[in-house]
Ligand binder design. Structure first.
Ligand code: ME8
Length: 520
C-alpha cells in the first residue's frame, strides 16, 4: 500500500443548499481519510463546489443576484457543513477560483493541440436539468424523459467543440477488463459495461447558449461544458494542469485512490473522466466508488416533493444525539452498497440505542466502574494465566481485518470489527462474571486479570472506532490509558496491551439514553 492516499467527493452544485446526500458522501470520505491517516498514510482529502453552468446562471437570475453572488453564498453553506461535521478535508476547491480556471484552459488547449478536441455540429437528446446529452438508444430507453426530473428530453443542435470520446472505446474496455474493481460496487460496474457495449459518441464540451462558465481558449462565445470543467477539479486541486504540472508537491497524490460519487453521476466518472485523462496522458484513478441514495421515509427525496433531509433537520439530530452518533448512523446505515437506504427517525433512534448506548457506551462504562470499585480506579495486572481469554490474538485479527476493510473502502466492515470486539467483550464479562468473583478476595488475581484484558481490548476497539466517532473515542482513549498515544505510530496505537498496569482508568458515560423526540 502506497503511503500517499487521495480521496475525493463530487464537487457540489451551488444552485442547491446542502442536504443529507452531500453530508453523507463527505462524511464517508472523512471516515476513510481518518482511517487511512490512522494507519500512517499521507492523505489528501478533497471536496468543493461546482459553480458554473446554466443551472447556476438561471437560479441566480431567479433570485435577482449574480451567479458569483449565489456561488459565494452557497459555497459558504457547504463550508459550514464541513465545520459542523468536523470533516477533515485537506482543501476546498471552487471552480470559479482562478487556480482552477487557468488550469482548465491550459488543459483544453492541450486537448485541442493533441487532436482530442475538435469543432463540429452536434445533434442529440438533451436533458436540460442535468445538462447532459443522451444517445438515441439511451433516450429511447428513458422514454425521452429525464431520469432525474422526468421532464421531456429536448432535441438540440449546436456547433460545439467535441471531445473524441469514441476514440477511447477500446482502451476503456481494456481498462475495465484489466481492472475489475475500477468501478465499484460490482452492480454499478456491470451497468457501465452494459452501456459501453452500446458504443460511445463524441461529447460536446463547449456551450454557446449561456456565458456563466470558463471561456474556451481561442473560441470566443464558447464556454466550457460544466461537466468537463467540474471533472478536472480532481487534478487542478493538485496543480497537475499548471505549467510545472504540480502545485508544490501535491502531484504526489495522483492518481486518486477513490473518487466517491453518487450512482447518478457514475457515467461521467467511469467513462468520460478516464477518457479525458487518457487524452491528457495522465494515470487513471484506482477506483470510482458509486454509492446509492438515501431516501426519506420510503420515498425518493426530491425538490418537487420538498422532502430532502436538510441541514436544519440534520442539526436537530446532532443536537439531540451528538455529532458522533450522526456520523455513526451515516457511515454504518447508509447506501454505500448497491441498495438505497431509508432515513427515518425511528431507525436512527434504534441504532443509537442498540449500538451506541447499549454497546459503545455501556461496555467501557461497566469496565471502568468495576476497576473503580475493585481496584481504586487503577489498571490491575494480568497475572492469572488461567483466566486468559485469548484477547491479544483476537485484537490482532480485528486490527488486520479493519486495515483491509479501510483499504478497500468497506466502511461497514471496518465499523463491524470495532463493534464486534466490544460485543465479544460484553459476552466475556457475562461469562466470567467479575462482579461475582469480586465477592471473594481469593479471586483478586483472577478478577484483576479479567478486567485488565477488558480494558486493553476496549482501548483497541476504541482505536478501530475512532474514524467513525472521533470525539467520543478521544474521550474513551483519555479514560482508558490517556491520549498521549494519539498521534503516535499506528502499530503502537493498535497494539493490545498499551495501557500500563497501575494507570488510572476513569469512569465514563459516552452515550446517554435519549428520549425520542425528533420527528422527520
Ligand atoms: O452532481 N443520497 O452535484 P450535486 C446520497 N456538481 N447521496 C446523495 C443524494 C442522496 N439522496 N443526493 C445527492 C453534482 N447525493 C455535480 C458533481 S463532480 C465532478 C460534479 C450526493 O450537488 C452524491 O454524492 O448534485 C451525489 O453524487 C452528489 O451528492 C450530487 O451532488
Amino acid at each position: 500500500m502506497s503511503t500517499t492516499a487521495y480521496i475525493t467527493t463530487p464537487i457540489y452544485y451551488v444552485n442547491d443548499r446542502p442536504h443529507i446526500g452531500h453530508a453523507y458522501t463527505t462524511t464517508i470520505c472523512d471516515v476513510w481519510a481518518r482511517g487511512s491517516r490512522l494507519m500512517g498514510r499521507d492523505v489528501f482529502f478533497l471536496t468543493g463546489t461546482d459553480e458554473h453552468g446554466s443551472k447556476v446562471e438561471k437560479s441566480a437570475a431567479a433570485r435577482g443576484v449574480t451567479p458569483q453572488q449565489l456561488a459565494d453564498e452557497n459555497a459558504a453553506e457547504f463550508q459550514r457543513v464541513l465545520a459542523t461535521f468536523a470533516l477533515t478535508n485537506s482543501d476546498f476547491i471552487r471552480t470559479t477560483q482562478p487556480r482552477h480556471e487557468q488550469q482548465v484552459q491550459a488543459m483544453l488547449t492541450r486537448l485541442v493541440d493533441s487532436g482530442s478536441v475538435y469543432l463540429g455540429t452536434f445533434e442529440g437528446w438533451y436533458d436540460e436539468g442535468q445538462e447532459e446529452y443522451h444517445t438515441e438508444t439511451r433516450a429511447r430507453e428513458l422514454e425521452y424523459k429525464s431520469p432525474i426530473s422526468g421532464k421531456p428530453l429536448i432535441r438540440a443542435t449546436e456547433q460545439n467543440y467535441y471531445f473524441k470520446l469514441s476514440a477511447f472505446a477500446e482502451r476503456l474496455a481494456k481498462h475495465f477488463a484489466d481492472h475489475p474493481t475500477f468501478v465499484r460496487p460490482n452492480e454499478r460496474a456491470n451497468e457501465v459495461l452494459g452501456r459501453l457495449r452500446d458504443g460511445l459518441q463524441d461529447v460536446p464540451i463547449t456551450r454557446t447558449n449561456f456565458t456563466w462558465g470558463i471561456a474556451m481558449p481561442g473560441a470566443p462565445g464558447h464556454v466550457v461544458y460544466v461537466w468537463i470543467d467540474a471533472l478536472l477539479n480532481y487534478i487542478t486541486a493538485l496543480g497537475l494542469g499548471t505549467a510545472t504540472g504540480s502545485d508544490g508537491d501535491r502531484a504526489r497524490y495522483w492518481p486518486a485512490d477513490y473518487h466517491v460519487v453518487g450512482k447518478e453521476i457514475l457515467w461521467f466518472h467511469a467513462v468520460i473522466w478516464p477518457a479525458l485523462l487518457m487524452a491528457l496522458e495522465l494515470p487513471l484513478p484506482k477506483c470510482v466508488y458509486a454509492h446509492s441514495f438515501w431516501i426519506a421515509n420510503g420515498q425518493k427525496m426530491s425538490k418537487s416533493l420538498g422532502n430532502f433531509v436538510d441541514l436544519p433537520t440534520i442539526e436537530g439530530f446532532t443536537q439531540q444525539y451528538g455529532l458522533d452518533a450522526w456520523r455513526w448512523y451515516m457511515a454504518t446505515q447508509g447506501p454505500i452498497a448497491a441498495a438505497d437506504s431509508d432515513f427515518n427517525a425511528k431507525h436512527f433512534h434504534e441504532i443509537y440505542t442498540y449500538d451506541l448506548v447499549n454497546t459503545v457506551g455501556n461496555c467501557p462504562s461497566r469496565i471502568g466502574a468495576m476497576i473503580a470499585k475493585y481496584f481504586e480506579g487503577k489498571l490491575p495486572p494480568d497475572s492469572d494465566e488461567a483466566s486468559h481469554g485469548g484477547w491479544p490474538a483476537i485484537c490482532e485479527a480485528s486490527v488486520r481485518e479493519w486495515e483491509q476493510c479501510i483499504a478497500s473502502f468497506d466502511l461497514h466492515g471496518a465499523a463491524r470489527t470495532g463493534m464486534d470486539l466490544l460485543r465479544k467483550l460484553d459476552a466475556f464479562i457475562n461469562d466470567t462474571e467479575p462482579f461475582k468473583l469480586a465477592k471473594d478476595p481469593a479471586n483478586t488475581a483472577r478478577l484483576g486479570s479479567i478486567l485488565n484484558q477488558c480494558a486493553q481490548t476496549v482501548r483497541v476497539a476504541g482505536v478501530l472506532l475512532e474514524p467513525f466517532m472521533p470525539q467520543k473515542m478521544e474521550e474513551l482513549a483519555r479514560a482508558f490509558g490517556g491520549v498521549a498515544a494519539i498521534g503516535t505510530q499506528w502499530t503502537a496505537r493498535a497494539k493490545y496491551g498499551s495501557i500500563a498496569v497501575g494507570h488510572p482508568i476513569d469512569k465514563l458515560a459516552l452515550y446517554p439514553r435519549v428520549e425520542r423526540a425528533v420527528v422527520v
